[in-house]
Design a protein around this ligand. Structure first.
Ligand SMILES: [Zn+2]
Length: 161
């Protein structure tokens, strides 16, 4: 994705108040992010560990909440964005408050996403070659396309009336 500024990030949120957006903590490595290898920017708030953010090209930002009690230590579920089957990273049910009026009525949408939002790196790892997929580089390209598509659709779920 194209690089975006902290100011653009803070004004991109569709389901966060101005003060929530103002208070967010940017990713620690923000100044050295490799934007070329990111399909979205996702991170956990260092100061509020149950809070996560996902900013998709546009940019459109979604504020997310992790379940109380932290990670469930299993990989029996797939991340809905990267669908990576090899990663050992936990997957959490991240909850987004819906945008607008339904948000004020405490209407939320849950999505299973990697606990640390490492999806963009996951889809870029070449899987072992096998008979069905003899060309790992082609698999990577397909995975990146899939992640881009699913990520692009994500905000509409939060903004749905
Ligand atoms: Zn993922």
């Amino acid at each position: 994705m194209q690089s975006i500024t902290p100011q653009q990030i803070r004004s991109s949120f569709v389901n966060a108040s101005r003060s929530e957006a103002a208070k967010l903590t940017l990713p620690k490595d923000f100044d050295s992010l490799d934007w070329n290898n990111l399909d979205f920017l996702g991170w956990r708030d260092e100061k509020m560990p149950l809070r996560g953010y996902l900013v998709v090209p546009g940019p459109t930002g979604i504020m997310l909440r992790a379940p109380e009690g932290g990670a469930r230590k299993n990989r029996s579920v797939l991340c809905e964005l990267c669908r990576d089957v090899f990663s050992k990273e936990d997957v959490l049910l991240w909850v987004a408050r819906r945008a607008g009026q339904s948000g004020r009525n405490v209407n939320t949408v849950g999505t299973l996403i990697c606990a640390d939002f490492l999806c963009c790196g996951n889809v870029r790892k070449e899987p072992p070659a096998n008979e069905i997929n003899p060309d790992p580089a082609a698999v990577v390209l397909r995975q990146i396309d899939g992640l881009k598509d699913r990520t692009a659709q994500f905000p509409s779920r939060v903004q749905a009336k």
